[in-house]
Ligand binder design. Structure first.
Ligand SMILES: CC(=O)SCCNC(=O)CCNC(=O)[C@H](O)C(C)(C)COP(=O)(O)OP(=O)(O)OC[C@H]1O[C@@H](n2cnc3c(N)ncnc32)[C@H](O)[C@@H]1OP(=O)(O)O
Length: 205
C-alpha cells in the first residue's frame, strides 16, 4: 500500500480525510502551516519538508487545499519533489465505469460522476455534487457541494462552481471563471468572469 502525505491541514483536508478511500493508500501524516491542526494524523512539518519525506519512503501526495490556485502550486512542488499524485474516490461516491478521473482529483461523499465524464487533474467534486454524462472538467477545478452539471457541460481549468449552482446541458464555463453560489447557468460563461443569480449574469470580468 502506498504511503501518502496529505498536503494541507485545514478544513478541506479534514473533509478529504473523512472521505478517504483506503484504496488510495495510507495517509502517513500531513504537512501545513499549523502544527496545532493535525487532523488526527501526524503533523510532519511544512511544505519545505516534502523532499525529506520522499527520502524517508513516502511515495505519494494528496493536495487537500480548497483554493484552485494554491492547489496547483502545491501540486507542482510535490511533483518536483518526486511524489506521485494520489486520486481519491470516496467509498460513498459513484463514478461511472466509463468516466476518467485525473491524478490528484478527489470525488467526495455521495457525489456522482456519470458515464463518459472526463475529470482533469487536481480537481474537487465536492459533497453530493453531480457531474452528468459526457461532461469534460479541466484541471484544478472546484465543483462545490450540491452543484449539478447537466450532460455535456465543459468546465475550463481553474474554474470554481459555487455551492448549489446548476448548469444546463452543453454550456461551457471558461477557464478561471467563478459561478456564484446558487446560480443557474443557462449560457456560456467567459473565461475569468464571475456570474451570479438566476439566470446567471456577469458580476465582473
Ligand atoms: C465545503 C465548502 O465550503 S466549499 C466552498 C464553496 N464556496 C462557495 O460556494 C462560494 C461561492 N462564492 C460566491 O457565491 C461569492 O459570493 C462570489 C464569488 C460569487 C462573489 O464574491 P465577492 O466577489 O466577494 O462578491 P461580493 O460578496 O462583494 O458581492 C458582490 C455583489 O454580488 C452579490 N452576490 C454575491 N454572491 C452572489 C450569489 N452567489 N448570488 C447572487 N448574488 C450574489 C452580492 O449580494 C453583491 O451585490 P451588491 O453589489 O448588490 O451588494
Amino acid at each position: 500500500m502506498s504511503r501518502v502525505v496529505i498536503v494541507g491541514n485545514g478544513g478541506h483536508a479534514r473533509a478529504c480525510l473523512d472521505a478517504w478511500n483506503p484504496a488510495a493508500g495510507t495517509p502517513v501524516g500531513c504537512v501545513g502551516p499549523d502544527p496545532a491542526d493535525a487532523l488526527g494524523v501526524p503533523y510532519l512539518g511544512d511544505d519545505s519538508d516534502l523532499e525529506h519525506l520522499v527520502q524517508d519512503g513516502t511515495s505519494h501526495a494528496f493536495v487537500a487545499l480548497g483554493s484552485n490556485r494554491v492547489r496547483r502550486e502545491l501540486t507542482s512542488r510535490c511533483l518536483d519533489a518526486g511524489l506521485v499524485m494520489t486520486t481519491v474516490i470516496a467509498p460513498s461516491a459513484q463514478v461511472g465505469a466509463t468516466a476518467r478521473v485525473g491524478a490528484g482529483t478527489i470525488v467526495l461523499h455521495k457525489a456522482v460522476v456519470g458515464a463518459n465524464v472526463v475529470l482533469g487533474a487536481g480537481s474537487i467534486v465536492n459533497t453530493a455534487a453531480s457531474v452528468d454524462h459526457d461532461c469534460v472538467v479541466g484541471d484544478f477545478v472546484h465543483i462545490a457541494p450540491g452543484v449539478h452539471l447537466a450532460g455535456t457541460v465543459h468546465v475550463g481549468d481553474g474554474a470554481m462552481i459555487g455551492i448549489g449552482a446548476s448548469v444546463v446541458p452543453g454550456v461551457s464555463i471558461g477557464a478561471g471563471a467563478v459561478v456564484g453560489a446558487g446560480a443557474v447557468v443557462l449560457k456560456d460563461v467567459p473565461a475569468g468572469s464571475t456570474v451570479v443569480g438566476v439566470p446567471a449574469q456577469e458580476l465582473r470580468s
